[in-house]
Design a protein around this ligand. Structure first.
Ligand code: 5AD
Ligand code: SF4
Length: 441
């Protein structure tokens, strides 16, 4: 029996792609192996959104060459956002031509056929396309990370072209799945014991299927599915979020009171240069409206510091908006020029030391706010969907609140009895990134 291992970098789209890839490999008879250095087939599912992604990627790629020597059957497959960039695929073909299979973000369903062709013909396989109109999601049988939670794609690709972002180039134009196909998939998941679904799209708010259904229509339809207790989604875009969607926080009982609403910057000038199509006033209006419909909602965000041309005043506007919104959590990034994006050509790039100083100031502020917000939970009893035992100790479990707060808690129950269940937890300790407590019955 041959074994497979998948190394996944990046976002939840990539995570879900890896679940689909695992499903296809298991259908071919491959058995999962945790350690990539012991597997017969390795898939590297790559990300190119930030940082020294290229260097790290080629470094890891190079290390796999020795696997070919020790195991003549060994097969290396590379997929995800990296090889969608022409200069990267060129490099792979030139310097790492021993890589067996390279397939793009829109060719995932072809993997079984590529493996077969590789074995039968002995030829290396390359399958990269830019805009595949066919959505193959309904044919997938993902191997889920948790039995009780599932990731569900609702849109693919992105049409926003924020000037810093590589995603529209690596994942192609936006396509929405039919509402009825998404509902059908979630009905099957519910029958299989799934209680929580995370609806995925680069910009869920621009979801529109060919029958005219909107994202709000989709949430309402999923809210009707028996067996599903929690609905989440990721990622929202302040430009496209609709009043009808926001109203779902009140009208749809299963919709979790949590939203990830990337602001990116608090400065109107920077937001314009980022091509975000909203200003700070509009953003704050949206936050107000969301809080009116769901006063207990938790809000997280993404922020980029050091975008080309960002002045001290611009940066202070970012600090200011963060203080006003008081985010529960924030993902903060130092701007990283991505070749092929408009912002990479902007002349006024910010020096590294300035970026790092601003980054540290922002993180300090955000962490302080997160801690303050978490302190409000002390002594409260919250509902937690238990994911299983926490890594550290056997009688400790972890899970998430409706608002997506990570909770580590103790319980007398066995893991089989508690994993996948929603339990009441009294919060006894609060930290910056998590809460601690004990199950109360
Ligand atoms: N540099 C830094 N951060 C980036 N992001 C996307 N592209 C870049 C980039 N070039 C961040 C954005 C986005 C998140 C997923 O990654 O904040 O919301
Ligand atoms: Fe990138 Fe903007 Fe699309 Fe998000 S919305 S994937 S940041 S282009």
């Amino acid at each position: 029996m041959s074994t497979y291992s998948i190394i996944t970098y990046g976002c939840q789209m990539n995570e879900h792609d890896s679940e689909n890839i695992a499903g296809m490999l298991e259908a071919l008879g491959y058995i999962h192996e945790e350690d990539p250095w012991s597997a017969d087939l390795v898939v590297m599912n790559t990300c190119s959104v930030r940082e020294n992604a290229d260097k790290r990627f080629f470094g890891v790629l190079g290390q796999f060459k020795k696997m070919k020597k020790s195991n003549p059957e060994f097969m290396l497959c590379v997929c995800g956002c990296m090889p969608q960039q022409p200069r990267i695929i060129e490099q792979i073909n030139k310097r790492f031509s021993w890589v067996d299979i390279v397939f793009g973000t829109q060719n995932i369903a072809r993997l079984p056929e590529l493996i077969e062709a590789r074995k039968e013909t002995g030829q290396k396989q390359r399958a990269i396309v830019d805009n595949n109109p066919n959505i193959t999601e309904d044919e997938m049988h993902p191997v889920r990370m948790h039995p009780h939670k599932a990731l569900v794609n609702i849109t693919f690709g992105c049409n926003n072209f924020c000037t810093y972002c590589i995603v529209p180039y690596t994942r192609g134009r936006e396509k929405s799945r039919l509402l009825r196909d998404v509902v059908c998939e979630i009905e099957k998941l519910a029958a299989d014991g799934v209680r929580e679904v995370m609806l995925l799209g680069q910009n869920v708010d621009s979801y529109k299927d060919t029958l005219g259904n909107s994202f709000a229509d989709l949430i309402k339809a999923v809210n009707e599915i028996d067996g599903i207790d929690r609905i989440r989604f990721m990622t929202s875009h302040p430009r496209d979020i609709s009043d009808e969607m926001i109203e779902c926080f009140r009208s749809c009982s299963k919709l979790c009171h949590n939203i990830h609403l990337p602001v990116q910057s608090g400065s109107d000038r920077v937001l314009k240069r980022m091509n975000r199509h909203y200003d700070r006033e509009r953003y704050l209006e949206i936050v107000d409206k969301i809080r009116r419909f769901a006063p207990d909602i938790t809000i997280s965000t993404d922020i980029i510091v050091g975008f080309p041309g960002e002045t001290e005043e611009d940066f202070e506007e970012t600090l200011d908006i963060a203080r006003r919104v008081r985010y529960d959590s924030a993902f903060t990034f130092i701007y990283s020029a991505r070749e092929g994006t408009p912002a990479a050509k902007f002349e006024d790039q910010i020096p590294d030391d300035v970026c790092h100083k601003r980054f540290d100031r922002l993180v300090e502020l955000m962490d302080g706010i997160s801690l303050e917000k978490n302190r409000e939970y002390k002594g409260r009893v919250v509902e937690v969907l238990c994911d299983g035992s926490s890594k550290n100790s056997p009688n400790t479990y972890s899970g998430r609140t409706d608002g997506f707060k990570l909770v580590n808690f103790t319980s007398d129950k066995n893991e089989e009895d508690i994993a996948g269940e929603i339990v009441n937890v009294e919060i006894t300790e609060t930290k910056t990134f998590s809460l601690e407590g004990r199950e109360v019955v």
